[in-house]
Every structure is written in C-alpha cells, then in structure tokens.
Design a protein around this ligand. Structure first.
Ligand code: 9MR
Ligand code: ZN
Length: 546
C-alpha cells in the first residue's frame, strides 16, 4: 500500500515535471513588490472569496477585501480569482493570505520596491563583460573570472588571412560567450532609450562597478563597455563585421579557459545599420559627459552610413563556417533606425529624408512585440520625441496615432489575461524579453498621452516577470521568490557556486504558457541574453523613483 502510494506520488511529480506544471503556490503575485500609488493585483488559482494583507513584522492584518472571479485564463487553462489590494498603500513587507488556500511569498510595498532589482539587473550586465577580469559580490558570494578572450579575434573568415585584429571588450551575448553586433543593436538601443527617458533617476543610482575616473554616470559607463567593443567591429571601409565567434558553441567552462579561436564573421548590412544607429545614439547621449568619445562615435556612424548608402541592398553576413547564433535578420528596420539616429545626432536633411521615406514605406506602424530583428520602433520613437525642426507633420500625426493605438492594444491584451501579461498568449523564444520590451512602447505612449493605464500596464509586465505568473516564481536570477537556479549559462555553470550569476532574465515559456522549466540544458527556455536583460532594465528603470 505504502509502495503504491509512493509510486503514485512519483508519477504525479513526474507528470508535473513533464508538463512543466510544478505544484506551485496558487497565490501568484509580484514577489519583489508593489508601488504604493499604483494598482496591486494578485491572481489566485484556487476557489476563494476573500483575502487579507498581513504585515510580516507582527502578523497584523492591515488590509482585507473580497476576491473577484473566477475567470478562465485560456493559455494556462486555469480558473483565476483576482485579489485587488490597490488601496493598500502602507509601506513595508507583507504576505497575501487567502483563507483556506494559503499565503503568498513575502513582497514589499514601497516607493523603492524595484530599485534593488534594477541594480541587480545592471550587475547582470557587468558580469557579461568580456576581455577583462570581473568580480562582484551578491548574496554573500563572489562571482568572478579572469580576463577572457584577450585574443579576439582572427580574420581568417573575413578576408584578412590568418591575422589578428583587436575586438576586445563588450558583453558576452548570453549563456554563450560570443559577441553579436545585431543583438547588441536592440540591447544598446533600449539601454540608451532608458537613459533618455529615465536618466534623471538612473544617474542617482550607484551601481556595483569597479572604480573609475572617467566622470561618467555608472549607467553610461556600463553601456560604454559595449560601445568601445562595437567601435572595433567597424572595418576600414565602413562595413561592420556581423559577429565575433568560435566556429561552434563551446563547452561550459570559464571564459578565460575557452581554448577555441574566435573569428570575425564577414560584414552584414543589418549589423552595419545597427552600428550606425547605436553609435549615432551614443554620440547624442555621451556628448555632455565625454565629448571626445561622442565625436568618435559620430564619425564612426557617418562613415558606416556612407557605406550603407553606397550599398543599398540587404546583405546577409556569410556565416556558412559557423554554427553559433545567427541573428540573421533583414536590414530594413535597422536602416530606418540608423537614419533616424543620424538625423537626430546631426540634423542632416538627407538622413531625415531617408528616415521619413522608410517610415512611410513601413506603414508608420509601431510594433507591439519586437526584438533584434524589428527595431524600427527605436527609430520612430527617436523621431517622434526629437526637438529638431523639419519633421513631416503628417508622418508625425500618423506615428502618434499608431503609437497610441498599439499601446491601447497592449493595455487591452494585458487586461484580458489572467496574469495581466501584456503579450497575452503569444509565446516564443525569448518571450520574457519581449514582454519587458513592451514597456518601451507603453512609456512612449504615456509621454504623449499621460493615461494611468499605460504606466499600470508597464508595471504589469514587471509583475508578470517577477512572479505574477502560473509558476508563482520570479524569472530573474537572484531576485524575488524561487528565481531560476539553473539558467543555460556557461559562466554560472563553470563557477558552480550555490546559485547562478544574479540579475539575469531567462527566456521563459516558449510555445505554451506552461512549458518553462528551470533546466540548464533547455536553452530555448532557460537561457539568459543581453537583449532580454536590457529590456528588463528599461522596464525596471521606469519604476526607479527620481
Ligand atoms: O534570441 C534568439 C532567438 O530569437 C532565436 O530564435 C534563436 C535561434 O536562432 O537564437 C536566440 O539567440 C541566441 C543566439 O543565437 C546565441 N546566443 C544565445 C541567444 C539566446 O538564446
Ligand atoms: Zn570573454
């Protein structure tokens, strides 16, 4: 009897593991926190009628209310009740209790509820630094490695024979140690947009970085680490190498121990256009702090833009010798973004015309879900919020209308979802990053038309990623309740500490809401990547108070 019972328990556990449905706490909420003045809603996957908010320090009930529902949440097949405690504004550490169901993990209510999480995601970027020794402490542990990939990189496959050309620095891309210009594009673009939108608040947050006398705000210093590498990716003719990579993905070893040579991959037009956009955007944003660097960036941008003008066709990089990440995208959006940024940096009429023509051709749409392959939002937002004169009033009006329409659609999608996931039931590789990136569009809409729903839905994205999801867990290493412990990450695996490198957003569910697993081998769901992290940084930055 006992044996049968145990066996059925094992089968139950296996069934859960296979379906990805762990037996989680049915009370799901943001396990980091809530902002006092903004909506606060938990989702409860169990029958209930009322709930209470309990103060952690003394167990006192400080708020109570009825739950509403149930409503069927289609993508998880759950009947979800909602507990709305928006009116509870007391700062402190709390748990949400549902009589007969249980208690949630602890969470904070406070104006600084997300500031530490924000800092940790920046630490996640620092730990991606290549070409240098890194060392950081988190949770009493030291995450460190020696200077890596100091021989970057060989020109064998990029028309230079067996010669070496410096391409040191930058961030490793993800759980692998390669460096890809196209993925740098959306990452740096979103970081600099965060700086433009929230720089006032971000400048005041001290990050855990090595001391430096460069006079830069910490946030920009981290971005410059990537930009300095990017500048090395420009060939003398203005074309930009697509990536620096080993031929095959390497083993799960420390980066400084990686034995395989790393090569430049030939130029591609998407990489070249992304490069123009990034360096032109950097020129604008670094001007105030490091004018010499800004000038260097601008000159690099202009040179590659000239190259693109002389080579107008889409040109995919030849990656035939490589089986590492491809980021093989068409150049259309990147060219549009490049034109917008170079115009914003210089006021150049040719660039303005280039952008406006491309924006009209693209239907002046603002995308709700976007990533490294469709970066036109970045160009359109730069154009929309520029203070430069000479813009086409009709295009401006269309872009404004489309921005609000897309933001309204995102708000509606979140409202219809049981966990208020702003991407609804759309899942794909890196979907968590796409959810985080939606906040860029929501915040842009808010700047145009300050409606509370835009800000609330941006915060819904954060809440989803930090625990208001069917797993009841945070998707960010080192942050919140039961965060991923086994991301697909070579550095975390090689360090083999009690817990992975902190501050990294995992890709998340890929085909179905319920298919995420905290399993190192599942690179399609549990990898980490700079484009997802920088999107999360933007999402959190919005909620770092001035
Ligand atoms: O994020 C990328 C995803 O959109 C693609 O479908 C996938 C397959 O090409 O690649 C993902 O990017 C990976 C890259 O190719 C290599 N480094 C790790 C990235 C995250 O998984
Ligand atoms: Zn490295």
């Amino acid at each position: 009897m006992k044996a049968i019972f145990q066996k059925s328990l094992i089968i139950l556990a296996l069934g859960c593991a296979v379906s990805g449905l762990a037996a989680t706490n049915p009370i799901r909420l943001d396990t980091v926190g809530y902002l006092p003045e903004l909506p606060k809603v938990a989702s409860i996957a169990a029958g209930c009628t009322n709930f209470q908010i309990i103060r952690a320090s003394d167990g006192k009930i400080i708020f109570s209310g009825p739950t509403s529902g149930a409503k069927l949440n289609a993508d998880t097949g759950e009947n979800l009740f909602a507990a709305d405690f928006s009116a509870c504004r007391e700062p402190g550490i709390f748990q949400l209790e549902v009589p007969g169901v249980g208690r949630s993990p602890r969470f904070e209510i406070g104006t600084n509820a997300f500031t530490e999480a924000y800092r940790t995601t920046l630490l996640g970027m620092y730990l991606w630094r290549c070409g240098t020794a890194v060392s950081a402490t988190f949770g009493g542990k030291t995450f460190a490695h020696a200077a890596c990939h100091t021989n970057d990189a060989w020109l064998d496959f990029a028309g230079g024979g067996h010669t070496n050309r410096a391409a040191n620095g930058g961030w490793h891309d993800a759980g692998d140690y390669n460096k890809y210009v196209v993925n740098a594009g959306v990452s740096v673009g979103v970081m600099l947009r965060a700086w433009e939108d929230f720089g006032g608040a971000l400048a005041k947050v001290k990050l855990q970085l090595p001391p430096s006398r460069d006079g830069l705000p910490d946030f920009l210093r981290e971005v410059k680490w990537e930009l300095d590498w990017l500048l090395t990716m420009q060939a003398p003719d203005g074309s930009v190498f697509h990536k620096v990579s080993t031929v095959k993905f390497g083993a799960f070893i420390l980066p400084e121990e990686e034995p395989a040579p790393r090569y430049f991959v030939p130029w591609g037009s998407a990489a070249t256009a992304d490069f123009v956009a990034m360096t032109a955007m950097a020129a604008r944003n670094f001007q105030k702090y490091d004018p010499a660097f800004a000038t260097q960036c601008l000159q690099a941008a202009q040179k590659s833009y000239q190259f693109l003008m002389a080579n107008p066709e889409n040109h995919p990089a030849d990656q035939s010798e490589f089986s590492t990440g491809t980021y093989a995208v068409r150049d259309r959006d990147a060219r549009l973004w490049a034109a917008a940024e170079l115009w914003a940096a210089t006021g150049d009429a040719e660039c303005l015309h280039d952008f406006e023509t491309r924006a009209k051709q693209a239907g002046s749409q603002i995308d709700a879900g976007w990533d490294y392959g469709n970066v036109k939002n970045l160009g359109e937002l730069t154009y929309l919020f520029s203070t430069r004169s000479g813009r086409d009033p009709n295009l401006l009006a269309t872009l404004r209308r489309n921005l609000l329409a897309t933001a309204d659609a995102i708000v509606a999608t979140a409202a219809a979802h049981g966990y208020a996931r702003p991407l609804g039931n759309r899942y794909s590789w890196g979907g968590n990053g796409t959810v985080a990136r939606q906040t860029v569009v929501l915040h842009a809409a808010e700047k145009l038309s300050p409606q509370p729903a835009y800000r609330a839905t941006a915060l819904d994205a954060v809440h989803y990623l930090l625990g208001r999801n069917s797993y009841g867990r945070s998707f960010v290493t080192g942050i919140g309740f039961e965060p991923p412990l086994h991301p697909h990450d070579r550095l975390s695996a090689a360090l083999n500490l009690d817990g992975p490198c902190p501050g990294r957003l995992v890709g998340g569910p890929r085909q179905r809401a319920t298919d995420w697993v905290d399993l190192e081998s599942d690179y399609t769901r549990n990898e980490i990547a700079v484009n997802w992290n920088t999107a999360l940084i933007y999402a959190l930055a919005e909620f770092v108070p001035e």
